[in-house]
Design a protein around this ligand. Structure first.
Ligand code: ZN
Length: 261
């Protein structure tokens, strides 16, 4: 699937100056970003966040360019499976590299306990216990869960681009943010080391989130973040227990699209 917000920006920037109330995510909850607006000025192909600074004066606090918006679209869509087809993540080269998906020889015996001649086959280790399994025997775990707040996977993917107050601490997110933050104009991590800061968007994250909502791409964004490289890891059946990834925050009260529907 392809998330599309740059056509919206192109269309609006031809017309007139546009300002819209900004929306953001604070501690895993979506809502209006008080006193902040998305501002698209006629002419320049960029989008800004501006804040009221007393009276009727507004001040631009962050701006993203068309190039950065297009990078955001690519990072989301090029690393996401079609919604519901999350096993297809095993075809993504970046995922294969990160989880060491390789051809390896596994031992098999037949019913008479005779060794079956060894043949190398595609395998991947369980990310928790390390057991190496053929792909058909591995399960794909959603790190932020299916039965929960749909904004948690979204924040996880945004975090890997430098779009939340606190950045990723380890793993894929930390690996990705080194490249992706610069491409989308993300901000440095505040390193407050709190979960709430990881699930709160910064000003640049607020620009992208508002743009997606304004361009009617919210559902697409939620789907892509749920079945995204950043949210999918390989686990063996024993390690992938039901309810292992409990939701951190209550379900979004204004949930716009139920997952799995
Ligand atoms: Zn395991």
């Amino acid at each position: 699937m392809t998330i599309q917000i740059s056509p919206y920006l192109r269309r609006l920037s031809r017309l007139y100056d546009v300002s819209k109330p900004a929306v953001s995510i604070v501690t895993g909850r979506s809502g209006p970003a008080d006193g902040a607006q998305l501002f698209i000025k006629k002419g320049p192909l960029n989008a800004s966040l501006r804040r009221q600074v007393g009276g009727s004066k507004w001040q631009i606090v962050q701006t993203v360019s068309l190039t950065q918006i297009q990078a955001f679209e690519r990072i989301i869509s090029d690393h996401a499976c079609n919604f519901g087809d999350h096993r297809a993540i095993m075809d993504l080269d970046k995922w294969k590299d990160f989880y060491h998906l390789e051809d390896r020889t596994i031992s098999y015996v037949d019913k008479a306990n005779q060794a079956v001649p060894p043949v190398a086959e595609p395998t991947v280790p369980c990310y928790d216990c390390g057991i190496v399994l053929p792909l058909k025997n591995i399960t794909i775990d959603h790190q932020r869960p299916q039965a929960g707040n749909e904004l948690e996977p979204l924040c996880k993917v945004f975090r890997a681009m430098g779009l939340t107050i606190d950045g990723p601490a380890k793993g894929k997110g930390l690996d990705a943010v080194a490249t992706w933050r610069g491409q989308v104009g993300g901000l440095a991590c505040q390193a407050t080391n709190t979960r709430d800061a990881k699930y709160t968007l910064n000003d640049v994250g607020t620009i992208y989130y508002t743009l997606c909502d304004a361009a009617s791409q919210y559902g697409e964004l939620i789907n892509d973040c749920f079945d995204h490289y950043i949210n999918l890891r390989p686990l063996c059946g024993a390690c992938n227990k039901p309810n292992r990834n409990a939701s951190y925050y209550p379900e979004h009260p204004n949930k716009k699209r139920a997952l799995g529907s």
